[in-house]
Design a protein around this ligand. Structure first.
Ligand code: ADP
Ligand code: GN1
Ligand code: MG
Length: 373
C-alpha cells in the first residue's frame, strides 16, 4: 500500500482510515474546520481517473455524546427523511443533506480501539462555511435553517434519541454552573466575580422559555439546536444556504432556540473569543436580516407565541452559551475544545456582552419580529 500523509500526533487515524471503504486511493488527511466538539478531518483521495475527491471524517466527542450509536441512528433517520423530501422537491439530495460512506464491513460508522465512534461523509464541494457573514449571506443561512425546521415538521419526533440530555434546559445549565462554582476545582472563581454575578443575577431569565413550554404556550418541534453560521454550507454560485450540517443535536426542542443560537453567533462582527469587548456589539441590522430569512424559510409555520418569544430565544441562547463556557472554564475545560488557557472565559465574556446589548435593545428586537411576522 502507498504511504499516506497523516499528522504524526493523530496515531489512531491510520486505524480509522483503514476501516472505511474509500472508493479511491487514499492520499492523506488533515484536521479541518472550526467546530468546538467533534474531531474533524478532511481526507483526500485520488480516483483512477479524474480529479481528487475529498471526504469529511469525524470522530464524535465522547465528552459531549455519551451514546454515539444513538446519535448515528438519529443522523440516518433525519438524513434519509430529508433526502426523500429534497428529491420530491426537485433538489439534489447529495448536496442538500449529509450522507455516509460505509465501512469495509458494511457498517455506517466505525468504533475505534478506545471506543470512539467515527463516521465518513462525502465533502460537499463548491460550498463555503463562514464564521461571520454579510447581511445577505446571513439572511440566506436563516432561510436554510427556517426551511430545515419546516421540512422536519412532520418527522416522527418520538423516534429521535435525546443525544444530550437537557441540552437547552437553561435552568439545568444554571444549576450545573452553580455546582461547578461551588466545587471550584481549579480555584478560578476568585478572579471572576463580575462574570459570576452576571449569571447569578439572571437566574429568573433561565426559566422564561421553559416556563412557556410548561404552560403549553410554546410547542416542542424537531429542531437542530446548534444553528451557528458555521453549521451551514453556502453554495459558492448561488450564495444560498444549501446544506445544514452538524446534525448531532437534532432532536425535540424549541424553534426559538434555533432562531436564537444563530443570532447569538452571527448577529455581531467579532470572534466568539474576542478579548477586546469594545469590539463585541450586537448588530440589530444583522438580526433583522436573519429574522426576515428565518420567517421566510419557516413558511408561516411558527405560532403567534413562538413569534412573540423569538427575541427571548436570542437572549437566552446567548446567556446559556455564556453560562456553558463559564461552567467549562470553572470545571477545567473538558467540554469545549480550547486553543489556549482562558479561551472559555474569553468566550463567556463575549456572550455576556451580547446579552447586555440585547437586554438594552429588547423592545427594538420585538419590533423587528412584528415587522416580518
Ligand atoms: P463540530 O460538531 O465539531 O462543530 P461539524 O460537523 O460542524 O463539527 O464539522 C466541522 C466543520 O467541518 C464544519 O464547520 C464544516 O466546515 C466542515 N464540514 C463538516 N461536514 C462537511 C461536509 N459534508 N462537507 C464539507 N464541509 C463539511
Ligand atoms: C458547539 O459543535 P459546534 O462547534 O458546532 C456546541 C454548541 C455551542 C457552540 C458554541 C454539541 O457547537 O452547543 O453553542 O459550540 N455544540 C455542542 O460555539 O455542545
Ligand atoms: Mg459545527
Amino acid at each position: 500500500m502507498r504511504q499516506i500523509s497523516i499528522p504524526e500526533n493523530e496515531p489512531v487515524l491510520s486505524e480509522v482510515l483503514e476501516a472505511f471503504d474509500f472508493p479511491a486511493t487514499l492520499l492523506g488527511a488533515v484536521r479541518y474546520g472550526r467546530g468546538h466538539i467533534n474531531d474533524t478531518f478532511c481526507v483526500l483521495c485520488q480516483p483512477q481517473e479524474g480529479d481528487c475527491v475529498r471526504f469529511i471524517l469525524q470522530g464524535m466527542s465522547s465528552a459531549a455524546f455519551p451514546h454515539p450509536e444513538e446519535l448515528m441512528e438519529n443522523f440516518i433517520g433525519i438524513t434519509s427523511f430529508l433526502r426523500e423530501k429534497i428529491a420530491a422537491d426537485g433538489g439534489d439530495p447529495l448536496r442538500e443533506t449529509l450522507s455516509l460512506v460505509k465501512t469495509r464491513d458494511g457498517k455506517d460508522f466505525y468504533t475505534d480501539r478506545d471506543g470512539k465512534v467515527w463516521r465518513l461523509m462525502p465533502f460537499i464541494e463548491n460550498t463555503d462555511c463562514f464564521q461571520s457573514a454579510t447581511p445577505e449571506l446571513f439572511e440566506s443561512s436563516a432561510r436554510a435553517f427556517g426551511r430545515f425546521q419546516y421540512m422536519l415538521h412532520d418527522y416522527p419526533a418520538q423516534t429521535l434519541h435525546e443525544t444530550i440530555v437537557n441540552f437547552h434546559n437553561t435552568e439545568d445549565r444554571f444549576a450545573r454552573f452553580v455546582a461547578a462554582l461551588e466545587a471550584d476545582k481549579l480555584n478560578r472563581a476568585k478572579d471572576i466575580p463580575a462574570e459570576i454575578r452576571f449569571v447569578l443575577d439572571r437566574k429568573a431569565d433561565c426559566s422564561v422559555a421553559l416556563q412557556a413550554l410548561r404552560d403549553g404556550k410554546l410547542p416542542l418541534r424537531v429542531t437542530h439546536n446548534d444553528t451557528k453560521l458555521n453549521n451551514i454550507l453556502i453554495d459558492r454560485d448561488t450564495h444560498e444556504g444549501i446544506c445544514v450540517i452538524d446534525l448531532d443535536t437534532t432532536m425535540p426542542g424549541l424553534s426559538i432556540n434555533d432562531f436564537g443560537d444563530s443570532i447569538r453567533f452571527g448577529a455581531n462582527h467579532s470572534r466568539e473569543d474576542e478579548k477586546d469587548l469594545s469590539k463585541v456589539n450586537f448588530d440589530i441590522s444583522l438580526y433583522e436580516a436573519y429574522t426576515r430569512g428565518f420567517l421566510a424559510g419557516a413558511r408561516g409555520s411558527l405560532t403567534p407565541a413562538e413569534l412573540e418569544y423569538l427575541p427571548w430565544g436570542a437572549r437566552l441562547m446567548t446567556l446559556e452559551c455564556g453560562i456553558r463556557f463559564l461552567t467549562d472554564y470553572l470545571d477545567g475545560d473538558h467540554y469545549f475544545h480550547i486553543q489556549y488557557p482562558g479561551q472559555n472565559l474569553d468566550r463567556a465574556r463575549t456572550q455576556f456582552k451580547l446579552v447586555t446589548d440585547m437586554e438594552q435593545q429588547f423592545d427594538a428586537m420585538a419590533a423587528v419580529v412584528a415587522k416580518y411576522a
